[in-house]
Design a protein around this ligand. Sequence first.
Ligand code: ADE
Ligand code: ZN
Length: 323
Amino acid sequence: MTTTGTPPLPKAELHLHIEGTLEPETVFELARRHDVALPYASVEELRAAYDFTDLQSFLDVYYANMAVLRTRDDFAALASAYLRTCPEQGVRHVEMFFDPQAHTARGVAIGDVIGGLTDAIEHHADDVSAGLILCFLRDRSAAEAEETLRAAEPYLDRIVGVGLDSAEVGHPPSKFTSVFERARGLGLKPVAHAGEEGPAGYVTEALDELGVLRVDHGIRAIEDDALVARLVRDRTPLTVCPLSNVRLACVPGIGLHPLPEMLAAGLNVSVHSDDPAYFGGYADANYAAVREGLGFTDDQLRTLAANSITSSFLDDEAVQRLL
Ligand code: ADE
Ligand code: ZN
C-alpha cells in the first residue's frame, strides 16, 4: 500500500539495469566475502561519492562497484533482492538490462551472469514475470559486441532482447548496425539508449540503423519536430527515467523535466528507474517525483503506468491481464 492507502498502480519496469540495483551495503558485504579492496572506508563514504555531474561520472563509480559481483550466486542474490521489491511497488513485469561485457572483462563467465539472473527470475516467477535484455557497451568496439552476442547464443532462450548503453556521446547507434541486424535475425527484440545526453539525431539513427522497437530515455527527441511526429505516428515507446535525468544533470531539475511536454505532444512515454540504487529510488520514487515535482494528476499517472504495460514485449493476452 502507498502512504495514501491505495494500492500502487500495476506497471511494468522496462528500463532498469540490474547492476544499478546494487545497494552500497551489498557492495561492502560482497567485497568482504570476496576479499575485494574498496577505495571507500564505509557505506556512508561510498554513498557520498554518488554526487554525479554527468553520465560518465556515474559510469565510473557504477563499473568500479561491479568488481564485487563474482559468482552465479552473487547475480542471483542481486536480482532476487530487486524482484522481491516489485509486488509492493505494483511492478508486475520487468524487462531488465544487464551488461555482460562489464563482467566478462573481469573474468566472470557469461553463463554465470545469465545463469544467476535466470535463477532469481525463476524463483520469483509466481510474484512477477521478468525477462532479460542483453546490453552492448557502446563505448567498446563493435567487434566486442559481436563476440558478446556469440558468447550469449547458448542462452538465447532466456533473453528477450538486446540493448545499447554506457557513454553515449561520440558513440552513435550506427557503430552497432551490423550486430543489431544479427541479433534481430536471432529473434531478439532491439532497444537502445538514445537521446539521453546525446542529440535527437541519435534517436533517429537508432530507429533507422538498429530498427529499435523502444527508445530508452529519448528525452532529447523533443528538440526535433519531425522526429516527434514520427515517434507519435508509430507509437514508439520512450522509457523515461526522471530521477536519473536529474541526478546525471541531463535536465536542470525535476521541475524542468520535458516529460509533460512529451506527454502533451502525444508521445508514448512511460516512467522507469534506470539505476535505482544510485539515483534516489525505485519505480515508486520516480512516480512520486513526477507527481510532486511536475504536478502530474492521477489520470496522467494511470496513463504512464498503462503505457509501461502496453510497451512491454509481453504478448497481447498477458498485456490484457496486467492492465
Ligand atoms: N548504464 C547504466 N545506466 C545507464 C544510463 N543511464 N545511461 C547509459 N548507460 C547506462
Ligand atoms: Zn539506462
